[in-house]
Design a protein around this ligand. Structure first.
Ligand code: 10D
Ligand code: SF4
Length: 315
């Protein structure tokens, strides 16, 4: 008989890497093989220090802006997307660049361009300052888009030509919050163009639905993810709102405040789209050191999405 307390771990499935993150990381790895180190990457390729440090050890150099990339070396744009001015500047400097923007983010960019070509003003639902929002805004001339961050923004925004309006969203938002904002916009601007399917991606959608399932059973939830990862933060919020108030974001096992788990016998675990599975395994191992652990997985759905590599790297 073990003298450790028992702990039932409930794993959410799907969790962790999405197809856009897999592709972005593979682009850096393949670029290092093709060109040799150093390969420059503008912004964290995905919002996870573990991923970034591993690629840095392989020869990737991470910089905030293109200005920091020396002439003559290849540069990769992160999965979150970039304003049009960035590839334009790379072309002017004759830099070889690879675009690791997730195809589902690029799809939002093209949607915004279509609305603009149709003469519409665009509302972008998203979080100010997030690189995806900066990238999406930067697809069009200044003034073409207005950012909506909250329900209050949706209630109060004044639009010059309300009959000529469309919206797009960041891909990693809370499904529930976004639905509320869209409802307000549709009430206030009945002729707003509504897409067939909103822009929140399949991975964000599945991870939020899956964390809701484990939140029903777990007394506490650990969400593996980085503080600057939008989709990971949304998982914590969703879990809390579903009733699991002891839900926290952790970057790695060493960040767990074990005192917060005192008395917990059912612990949910999930991971944001940029958090590698090895970090989930590390947390389970850390739990095994302290508890008599059993592991159960709750599956919402199995994902089978993959994206092609850019043509420069396709073998
Ligand atoms: O902050 P975030 O959720 O947008 O990005 P992260 O790198 O954490 O996850 C991947 C999601 C991307 C690239 C946006 F679609
Ligand atoms: Fe693409 Fe969605 Fe993953 Fe973002 S979270 S990289 S949009 S699949």
């Amino acid at each position: 008989m073990s003298d450790k307390a028992s702990l039932q771990i409930i794993l959410a499935n799907p969790r962790g890497f999405c197809a856009g993150v897999d592709r972005a990381i593979e682009i850096v790895e393949k670029a290092l093989e093709k060109y040799g180190a150093p390969v420059y990457v503008r912004h964290e390729i995905v919002h996870n220090k573990f991923v970034v440090n591993r690629l840095r050890d392989m020869g990737a150099v991470f910089v905030d802006e293109l200005d920091a990339v020396p002439d003559g070396v290849p540069v990769i744009f992160s999965a979150h997307g970039v304003p049009k001015s960035v590839p334009e500047a790379a072309e002017t400097r004759k830099l070889e660049y690879l675009d690791a923007t997730c195809p589902l983010v690029s799809k939002v960019h093209r949607g915004a361009e279509r609305h603009h070509a149709d003469g519409k003003h665009i509302l972008l639902i998203g979080h100010a300052g997030h690189p995806e929002v900066v990238g999406t805004m930067g697809q069009l001339p200044p003034g073409s888009m207005t950012l909506i961050e909250t329900e209050e923004d949706a209630e109060t925004i004044e639009i010059a030509e309300p009959e000529n309006l469309a919206f797009v969203t960041q891909t990693t938002l809370s499904l529930d919050d976004t639905a509320k904002m869209i409802e307000i916009l549709q009430r206030r601007f009945p002729s707003i163009s509504v897409p067939k399917k909103e822009d929140i991606c399949y991975a964000t959608t599945n991870r939020q639905h899956a964390v809701k399932l484990i939140a029903k059973k777990a007394e506490a939830i650990l969400v593996l993810g980085a503080p600057n990862s939008s989709n990971s933060n949304r998982l914590v919020e969703v879990a809390k709102r579903e009733g699991c108030t002891r839900s926290v974001l952790v970057e790695r096992a060493k960040d767990i405040d074990w005192s917060q788990l005192e008395g917990v016998s059912n612990l949910g675990i999930t991971a944001g789209a940029s958090a590698p599975e090895i970090l989930v395994e590390e947390v389970i191992e850390a739990c095994r050191q302290r508890f008599d652990v059993s592991v159960e997985t709750i599956t919402l759905t199995d994902e089978n999405v993959t994206f092609k590599l850019p043509k420069q790297l396709a073998s």
